[in-house]
Design a protein. Structure first.
Ligand code: PLP
Length: 462
């Protein structure tokens, strides 16, 4: 492990502050205090910073380091591929071996006839690709006006202009002065954290309303995350995804599943839709496809969709990134999937869900501000309320979730606060290799940190 002296650390902090514009970060905070931590090493569920302090990476960094840190085999796969063929393009029907092998492997994992793959460098590009493909499809079918995309409130689909426009979180939309046209938002499903109308038996009333209002002949697709991640780990009730599928079939609309977080074992099955046996027309992937070791995204489409594109199109598909199907990224993805399968990580995540839920129960029993916990596989969350019995949330200015996340960080635990719309959600999605004892450690750090936050918010522990 690398060690750094005081001068080296000071230099790194200064240079970061001077030259690095951080993604999704407070710029004022950065300019006042510099980066919060500078990491140098990763092993298993742990990250180590320049001071040699170890942290449990309970968000798998950005919900993506599924196989954990420090897997030498993945670096080896990249090195081997780069030594043979570092790069070649797939434009104009050129190809190479690792992209062919990865496509075959993915086809064996994805449900139904989602057997054809387009490659990107991440989730936003995958979603933008999906939007362009479905519009292109309808245009070629003789319906150029069928181009609107319906997303859900609280959905997160990324930060390119198309993906931001599909995203249903206001802060991301506020960043740009205008959005791409033809994106609409329906109310999120009712959930175990009680969004939507609990008493409404029609899960998809809001989506249906938009379709009928706009006219199905104007709607190209509905996009949903099987479990909303960045929106606060919103798990749909059983029957919801099936109802969306039925609705799409009823109105002749395509269904896009954004599996960027859920894919590759996160929820206890290989893909989120597998819990409900739903087969979308298009499936977007990234993150866990390489466990974050190298950038890669993919868009799966059904063979039916590909065949009808090929049938009516005598033209070039004018869509491709320089790094579509990058050889080294594909080689790493293959090795990563091999690890996920060999170590049976989806099943392990499913087993650990019970431990996580047990831990959440402990926190709920011992801390009056903890409520509404939920988990599916190794993605979970709980909420902080000023008065959980009366359902009174903390006022945003109390910064309850942010304070807790900072307390956790100071005790060596990395988790995420989701605070938009006045909510105080604490989200976590640790590497899928986490074990029972490590989950207990996470819960124990939470408990210590919550006690401090409770005191600072003038509440008593029970
Ligand atoms: N879709 C979902 C569900 C995500 O969670 C994310 C990122 O967190 C994205 C898309 C965007 O992916 P990327 O950041 O790789 O562009």
């Amino acid at each position: 492990m690398a060690t750094y002296n005081k001068d080296q650390i000071k230099k790194l902090l200064e240079l970061d502050k001077k030259h690095y514009l951080h993604p999704t970060s407070s710029l004022r905070q950065h300019q006042e205090s510099g980066p919060k931590r500078i990491f140098t090493d990763g092993k298993g569920i742990y990250l180590t910073d320049v001071n040699g302090v170890r942290y449990i990476d309970a968000l798998a960094s950005l919900w993506n380091v599924n196989v954990g840190h420090g897997r030498k085999e993945l670096g080896e796969a990249a090195r081997e591929q780069m030594g043979k063929l570092a790069y070649s393009s797939s434009f104009n029907n050129l190809s190479h071996e690792s992209v062919i092998q990865l496509s075959e492997k993915l086809a064996s994992l994805t449900p139904g006839d989602l057997n054809v793959f387009f490659y990107t460098s991440g989730g936003s590009e995958s979603n933008d690709t999906a939007f362009k493909l479905v519009r292109h499809y309808w245009k070629l079918k003789g319906h150029p006006e069928k181009k609107k995309i319906i997303g859900l409130e609280r959905a997160y689909h990324g930060i390119t202009i198309g993906a931001t426009s599909a995203t249903g979180i206001q802060q991301f939309q506020n960043m740009t002065t205008s959005q791409a046209p033809d994106f609409l938002h329906a109310a999120a499903h009712k959930t175990n954290c009680e969004l939507g109308d609990k008493n409404d038996p029609d899960f998809t009333r809001s989506i249906r309303g938009i379709i009928e209002n706009e006219g199905p002949e104007k709607i190209a697709a509905v996009i949903v995350e099987p479990i909303q991640g960045a929106g606060g780990v919103i798990i749909p009730p059983n029957g919801y995804l099936e109802a969306v599928r039925e609705l799409c079939d009823q109105y002749g609309i395509l269904m896009i599943a954004d599996e960027v977080i859920c894919g590759f074992g996160r929820t206890g099955k290989m893909f989120g839709v597998d819990h409900w046996n739903v087969i979308p027309d298009v499936m977007c992937m990234a993150k866990g496809i390489t466990s974050g070791y190298i950038p890669l995204g993919a868009v799966a489409i059904t063979e039916r969709l590909r065949d009808s594109l090929a049938e009516v199109s005598d033209d070039v598909l004018f869509h491709g990134f320089t790094y579509s199907g990058h050889p080294a990224a594909c080689a790493v993805a293959l090795k990563n999937i091999e690890i996920i399968e060999k170590e049976n990580l989806p099943a392990h995540a499913s087993k650990m869900e019970k431990e996580l839920k047990k831990g959440f129960e402990y926190l709920t029993e011992n801390h009056t501000l903890v409520t509404k916990s939920r988990a599916k596989g190794l993605i979970g969350a709980f909420e902080l309320f000023e008065d959980r019995e009366k359902g009174i949330p903390f006022k945003p200015e109390k910064m309850a979730a942010q304070k807790l996340v900072e307390e956790c960080l100071s005790r060596g635990l990395i988790v995420r606060a989701v605070t938009f719309g006045g909510t105080n959600i604490i989200a976590l999605s640790p590497p899928l290799i986490i074990n029972k004892e490590e989950i207990e450690k996470v819960i124990s750090i939470f408990s210590d940190s919550i006690q401090v936050v409770e005191k600072s918010l003038k509440l008593q522990s029970v």
